[in-house]
Design a protein around this ligand. Structure first.
Ligand code: COA
Length: 161
């Protein structure tokens, strides 16, 4: 696979939303927003897309904060998982963070999805772990929210097309 990552073009918005919604459906088997909870997603500074040729195979939003870049809305098309698409998205976000003098990438994952191990493989470390306030399991039970960070001094930035 030949993956390239760049900022999303306006005309890609609906394909990206479709991909994001399919990935969200996958996650809903493990956790869902608390019925009474407020929405915790924040408006993004930018949206990245990962392309395999001309096919949109992954996406991630980034938010530039005062001291770090926060990642949310990370999703990879189910057929393209386990092939480095998320890694390419994270590295591209790392380049943006470095360019803006922000030394850390931060994201949140729900432990029960198994994603914490995936992000650890990518180089993130756990910074905190707590019962999620805004999310519950499908049966209404607690799930664990894990905040993870990647100090960019540890990141070997590769060239992103
Ligand atoms: C989580 C997700 C974004 C990972 O994307 P991906 O493109 O498959 O990840 P990568 O291929 O870049 O893999 C990163 C590392 O995790 C490993 N990995 C990926 N999927 C894995 C799995 N299911 N089990 C174990 N390891 C896995 C890869 O082998 C790789 O490690 P390596 O470089 O040591 O081989 C993707 O599975 C997805 O879209 N899931 C649904 C939506 C979601 O969970 N979003 C994240 C919300 S926080």
């Amino acid at each position: 696979m030949d993956i390239s990552v760049r900022e999303m073009l306006k005309e890609e918005a609906s394909a990206r939303l479709e991909l994001l919604e399919a990935a969200t459906q996958d996650l809903r088997r493990t956790y869902q927003p608390r019925a009474s909870g407020g929405r915790c997603a924040v408006e993004a500074t930018g949206v990245l897309v990962a392309l395999n040729g001309s096919a949109l195979v992954g996406t991630a939003e980034y938010i530039q904060k005062e001291h770090h870049v926060y990642l949310q809305g990370i999703a990879v098309h189910s057929r393209y998982r386990g092939q480095g698409v998320c890694r390419a998205l994270v590295l591209a976000a790392g380049e943006i963070a470095k360019r803006n003098g922000l030394p850390t990438l931060v994201l949140c994952a729900i432990e029960e999805t198994g994603n914490v191990a995936i992000f650890e493989k990518l180089g993130f470390e756990i910074s905190s772990r707590a019962i999620a306030q805004n999310h519950v399991s499908p049966s209404g039970g607690p799930v664990t929210q894990v905040e993870m960070e990647w100090k960019l001094r540890d990141m070997r930035i590769q060239s992103i097309a």
